[in-house]
Design a binder for this molecule. Structure first.
Ligand code: FAD
Ligand code: UDP
Length: 377
């Protein structure tokens, strides 16, 4: 047993590094290993032409939990960015999330009562029975058929690689439906982008004499030695991979990001534009400079097209596919995990949950509390 460290953290994403930081504050010595060549997991940002580029897709921090907001504000100053994506459906632009602006653009309605009547008539015409059984039924029962056809079906089926009738309803419940002229994508009390990017947050989380970090190292390359040498392991990789897929593979969705610098200071006039038709192969284009204000070269911009992709072993598993079948399989892996006293599984991949950043921080703090208790006074 290596006596130098109390914990091995596998994965330098938000879960692993919040744990490492809190453990260090409690006097524990921590080794963090990360298989990518950089820290910060999927929230990694890097500076390109003076712009913070979100390497793994648009990341907007939002929460209604004041304690989590205060927690993350220790490590960065946040701007007042409010996510207000546009949808492009076959060349026509619509506001998101679904709100009075969208309803006006679609149907010319001007009051909430007119919008409600329009949507209600479409819901009734769809003749749905009982509780929504899948994403399609959930979407139509919330917002009617026009919006489902133009703004949901194509995007969702590209994103998840499955028919909307085969997908769980909860995915679409993430999106607000509003009868006000409000294009804010989130309902949360607090929202913003860290000025200077997300990577600094993780750098600060790891900035302790008690923490050593090694990137470019895969736990599975030397798993037996790691388990023999560290008394306790926090594992934030894929839980099914940890158990050698012995009960079968969990399903994941992957992505391909295509980033380029374009010779215009303002490419699309907004940070995020979703392409909601079925034919366009990407789901969204991000223009990174619009996450911060007044940054970067006025003649240049960096954009990223996000292409959904099937996941095969070895690909980056960006999203867990939390349908009933996968959740049932995950439960079996979670039972194995519980019996594995030396290892704690955490984060989007370790807990196989469609966590946002604020939820990951919360989950990590709950784990810290259970494992190490309060900070000493
Ligand atoms: P990760 O960031 O995935 O970290 C896990 C780390 O473990 C990775 O760096 C990985 O390389 C490493 N690892 C895995 N296996 C091994 C191994 N065997 N050995 C060594 N290292 C290993 N959340 C929001 O709140 N707002 C948003 O706008 C938002 N947008 C998103 C957009 C996209 C496209 C995606 C994919 C996610 C988005 N999220 C968003 C979610 C957010 O990215 C996650 O909540 C958060 O990054 C999860 O942190 P984590 O530590 O659980 O996982
Ligand atoms: N969605 C959609 N149309 C859009 C945006 C989102 O139908 O223009 C659906 C889609 O099914 C997606 C889900 O809403 O998977 C959740 O969207 P969100 O933007 O929260 O996804 P994420 O940022 O996690 O990729």
């Amino acid at each position: 047993m290596n006596t130098k460290y109390d914990y091995l953290v596998v994965g330098a994403g938000l879960f692993g590094t919040v744990f490492a930081h809190e453990a260090a504050l409690r006097g524990k010595r921590v080794k963090v290993i990360e298989k990518r060549d950089h820290i910060a997991g999927n929230i990694y940002t890097k500076t390109v032409d003076g712009i913070q580029v979100h390497q793994y897709g648009a990341h907007i921090f939002h929460t209604s939990d004041k304690a989590i907001w205060d927690y993350v504000n220790q490590f960065a100053e946040f701007n007042r960015f409010t996510n207000s994506p546009m949808a492009n459906y076959n060349g026509q632009l619509y506001n998101l999330p679904f709100n009075m602006n969208t309803f006006n653009e679609l149907w010319g309605v001007q009051t909430p009562a007119e919008a409600k009547a329009k949507i209600q008539s479409q819901i009734e015409a769809a003749h749905l029975n009982g509780q929504p059984k899948n994403l399609e039924e959930q979407a139509i029962s919330l917002i009617g058929t026009d919006i489902y056809q133009k703004l949901i079906k194509g995007y969702t089926e590209k994103q998840w690689g499955q028919a909307a009738t085969a997908l769980p309803a909860f995915i679409i419940r993430r999106l607000p439906v509003r009868y006000t002229f409000d294009n804010n994508y989130f309902n949360d009390t607090y929202q913003g982008i860290p000025i200077g990017g997300y990577t600094q947050i993780v750098e600060k989380l790891l900035d302790h004499a008690e923490i050593d970090v090694e990137t470019g190292v895969d736990f599975f390359a030397d798993r037996d030695a790691y388990l023999a040498n560290y008394p306790k392991v926090i594992f934030t990789g894929m839980i099914d991979q940890y158990f050698d897929y012995q009960l079968g593979e969990l399903a994941y969705r992957s992505l391909r990001f295509e980033t380029e610098t374009v010779d215009t200071g303002n490419y699309q006039g907004n940070a995020v534009v979703n392409y909601t038709d079925a034919a366009t192969p990407y789901t969204r284009i991000i223009e990174h400079k619009h996450f911060e204000f007044g940054n970067g070269d006025p003649e240049k911009s960096v954009i990223t097209r996000e292409y959904p992709a099937d996941w095969h072993r070895g690909d980056e598993p960006y999203y867990p596919v939390n349908n009933q079948q996968n959740n049932a399989l995950y439960k079996q892996y979670a039972a194995l995990a519980k019996a594995e006293g030396q290892v704690i599984f955490g984060g989007r991949l370790g807990q196989y949950r469609y966590y946002d950043m604020h939820q990951v921080i919360h989950a990590a703090l709950v784990t810290v509390q259970a494992e190490l208790g309060d900070l000493p006074q």
